[in-house]
Design a protein around this ligand. Structure first.
Ligand SMILES: Cc1cc2nc3c(=O)[nH]c(=O)nc-3n(C[C@H](O)[C@H](O)[C@H](O)COP(=O)(O)O)c2cc1C
Length: 400
């Protein structure tokens, strides 16, 4: 996700979700945006301006009549400076004011004065949300050209479940990116596999690997952000589901992964095999828990090779762009090059999983990209979300 050179005004109004906006502001800054925060008086009751001033390294604007900078009128300056206005959380009150052109504080006045695209992220009690006045005001704002995000359904601050929750930061970030124009993978069907497979020995034991699924999830999220229709096939139901997915399918074993990826392969344009598929599985599944034997009896477990899913897809592909991952602990490039050729993949992402700060389980990765007809390209150590975007940028270039 790249928001370099984007100037975003974040207008914070007085709802309980204000504390979540600190995370959003961090995310926008991390993605390269320049952010200026303005708050309503009510918003400052929930979180002090100091939090946002520290994150943005700029004073937070709250007072319409503050004369600190006599060379310009602050609300008009912010209105003209920003190329996107994000109102988060947007209270029912502010939604009502905007729908009726009321400008009686810094936030509402700057918003009336800005011609930048406006993204509204409402959050409120379910009954406030469904109140006919709120719904009428939202209809008006949509007609006026505002983009309104739907609040999530979930556990509310009131202690019960309902509609009105502030959406996840990743979903808002994806919406922000969309506001800045055409996306490079729009119209592409992308299938991503993520996590390590588990091959059961008996009802309580399995053979697994250390793949956390984080890289695959980052690729899925980046593909959504770039406009793709994404199916994620995952072995990790405990991870938060990336926002904006077309579908998520959970699997456990290599055989299930093979069946699922085969069923969606035909309709895919890009297939990213980030899952770490077990190479071996127990010859037999024992339907009851295997009992310990008296010491010192050893136990033998016979393993069979699992099908090579990547090679199978390489054989079957017609129009699909196939991306494989090679996790190696030695002779990284040599092994990856062999895999690239043998399995007929279009792009191989090779990563060294012998180092603790990258690869399996870590939040960061450093990889080398191998292509059949180009020199290897190294992507320096960075967050997996950054690496994911860099990989998909290359894919978008090759598809274009
Ligand atoms: C504890 C508390 C939580 C509130 N949470 C919300 C909320 O989530 N959404 C909302 O629309 N209003 C909420 N309100 C009501 C607003 O704060 C109130 O309508 C206020 O006038 C909004 O002012 P503003 O729109 O200028 O920020 C809450 C009020 C209190 C006291």
């Amino acid at each position: 996700m790249d928001l370099t050179n984007k100037r975003i005004a974040v207008y914070v109004t007085g709802g309980i979700a204000v504390y979540k906006v600190a995370n959003l502001v961090r995310g926008l800054i991390k993605a390269g945006a320049e952010v200026q925060v303005a708050m309503t008086q009510a918003a400052t009751e929930f979180v002090t301006p100091l939090t946002f001033a520290t994150l943005t390294r700029k004073p937070v604007l709250t007072d319409l009549f503050n004369q600190d900078q006599p060379d310009h009128v602050a609300h008009i300056h912010l209105a003209d400076w920003s190329n996107l206005a994000v109102i988060a959380p947007a209270t029912a009150n502010l939604i009502g004011k905007l729908a009726n052109g009321i400008a009686d504080d810094f936030v509402s006045t700057a918003l009336l004065a800005t011609i930048a695209p406006k993204l509204i992220v409402p959050a409120m009690n379910e009954h406030m949300w469904f109140n006919p006045a709120t719904q009428r005001n939202l209809t008006q704002l949509k007609a006026d050209g505002y983009t309104v995000m739907e609040p999530d359904n979930g556990f509310l601050a009131e202690g019960y479940t309902g509609v009105g929750r502030f959406p996840e930061t990743t979903a808002i970030m994806a919406e922000v990116v969309q506001q800045f124009g055409p996306q490079r993978l729009s119209g592409q069907n992308v299938v991503v596999t993520a996590g390590g497979t588990q091959e059961p020995i008996d009802p309580v034991r399995y053979i697994g690997n250390r793949s956390s699924g984080k890289m695959g999830y980052a690729v899925a999220q980046a593909a959504v952000t770039m406009g793709a229709k994404v199916i994620l096939i995952s072995t990790r139901p405990e991870l938060p589901v990336p926002a904006g997915l077309h579908k998520i399918i959970y699997v456990e074993t290599a055989a299930q992964l093979q069946g699922t990826v085969s069923s969606v392969f035909e309709g895919a344009d890009v297939v990213v095999m980030a899952a770490a598929v077990a190479d071996f599985k127990p010859d037999q599944y024992v339907t009851h828990k295997i009992k310990k034997k008296p010491h010192p009896t050893d136990m033998q477990l016979t393993l069979n090779q699992t099908p090579d899913i990547l090679a199978m897809l390489g054989q079957q592909k017609t129009h699909q762009f196939l991306i494989g991952f090679a996790a190696e602990t030695e002779d990284l490039l040599q092994n990856a090059q062999t895999k690239l050729t043998a399995k007929k993949v279009d792009l191989l992402v090779a990563n060294d999983v012998s180092q603790a700060d990258r690869g399996f389980g870590a939040d960061q990765n450093a990889v080398t990209l191998l292509r059949p007809t180009a020199a290897p390209e190294t992507l320096a150590l960075a967050d997996k979300s950054v690496i994911a975007t860099q990989i998909l940028e290359r894919v978008a270039n090759l598809l274009a």
